[in-house]
Design a protein around this ligand. Sequence first.
Ligand SMILES: Cc1cc2nc3c(=O)[nH]c(=O)nc-3n(C[C@H](O)[C@H](O)[C@H](O)COP(=O)(O)OP(=O)(O)OC[C@H]3O[C@@H](n4cnc5c(N)ncnc54)[C@H](O)[C@@H]3O)c2cc1C
Length: 422
Amino acid sequence: MSDDDTTPAGTNWAGNIHYAASAVIAPTSVDELQRAVTSNDKVTALGSRHSFNRVADTDGVQVTLGAMPAFVEIDESKRVARVAAGLTHAQAAAELDAKGWALANMASLPHISVAGAVSTGTHGSGVRNPSLAQSVVGVEIVRASGDIEAVGADDPSLDAHRVGIGALGVITALHLAIEPRFEVAQTVHTGLGWDVVEERFEEIMSAGYSVSMFTGFGDDGIRQIWTKRRTDRDDPTVDLAALGAVAGVEAIHPVPGSDVAGVTEQQGRPGPWHERLPHFRSAFTPSAGAEIQCEYLLPAADAVDAIANLRAIGAELAPVLYVSEIRRIAADTAWLAPSSERDSVAMHFTFHRDDAAVAAVLPLIDDALAPFDARPHWGKVSSMTPERMHAVFPRLEAFAALADEKDRGGRFRNAFLRAVLG
Ligand SMILES: Cc1cc2nc3c(=O)[nH]c(=O)nc-3n(C[C@H](O)[C@H](O)[C@H](O)COP(=O)(O)OP(=O)(O)OC[C@H]3O[C@@H](n4cnc5c(N)ncnc54)[C@H](O)[C@@H]3O)c2cc1C
């Protein structure tokens, strides 16, 4: 968890949000958590503070699970792990790996909390990998009444709970599908022309278990291609060198000039899944934070057209953009996953932490991606209106009705949720 979990009225990781919360409560048991929920009018669960918008804010109190008992309990016969919600992915993954197990995928940063990640539809990459929330097969959650409920795989509302944006209660444990541990070899190539990408986008994105492209949407095309191959699978390959890309011989950071000590091992050296699937090492605390992220997910079939629209605004993006990342995500069943019910491509932007400059380019991105009914990431910034959110997330109304039912007094309904859910 982040260093300042007990700081009242702190900030998010990036420092672009100063929380309005009057206090941060850190219960040490489920009993204490239940009391914290029922004794406060307004309560919002706080994960590791890695979101860039006000989804984790409240004008009441935030509760962090950082002081709750940490556990990863493995049921080998069911291939399910019961994981304490406040653990980071790095903590859960190390424990799973030590016992011979793995999660299917991870996000770029392993420092993010397990519950916070799934609650916003966080994803890694891979044409066959849905978002991290799809691994959730059960949820233990404290409701506004203080009651704790278990939502199992046979409960029709599980798909609503998978990506719950904090609106349904405070999750205490997640039951995650696991598989035997595996190894991954990561390579990074640089330099791929737009003409090749236009012609062979899906083929390149399929050439590995997880593939990411980094670009600035400028004339230099794709700057880096990160390919993560499972050593236990025979995925198709693409000879990127034959297409003009150059294999990295030294560690490469997605943002030129940044410290390569923080990136996971490259040059094709195989290693444990949790030390290759994220781009960044868990032992390395990313010092930056001086950034703001925005991301939209749209149908994978529209990737090339969407890239063309973003290239058309490349000059406007350039002064405020560190780098963009393009990833593929398989369709989810979670109601509010930005990748819900459609194989998706994600267009991600890491901007300089300049609120005004970012606010100026967000509508341009919105417009560029609107023809594809792009859906924003719940944990990142966007300029999309609530009306438009309802148009692009077809289950949002049903989700709002469920949130009303589970949280009648609106204890968990912060300003962000009020704007989107009503
Ligand atoms: C450097 C960096 C890299 C990132 N990389 C990726 C990436 O690769 N892919 C991607 O998709 N996203 C990525 N993100 C975005 C990030 O995964 C999401 O913002 C995620 O929600 C952050 O999790 P958190 O624990 O920090 O949650 P917070 O920001 O603290 O909270 C987010 C939401 O989760 C809810 N929540 C948290 N804990 C609980 C709980 N116990 N019960 C109920 N609700 C809860 C909060 O109420 C809030 O609604 C990245 C962010 C950063 C800063």
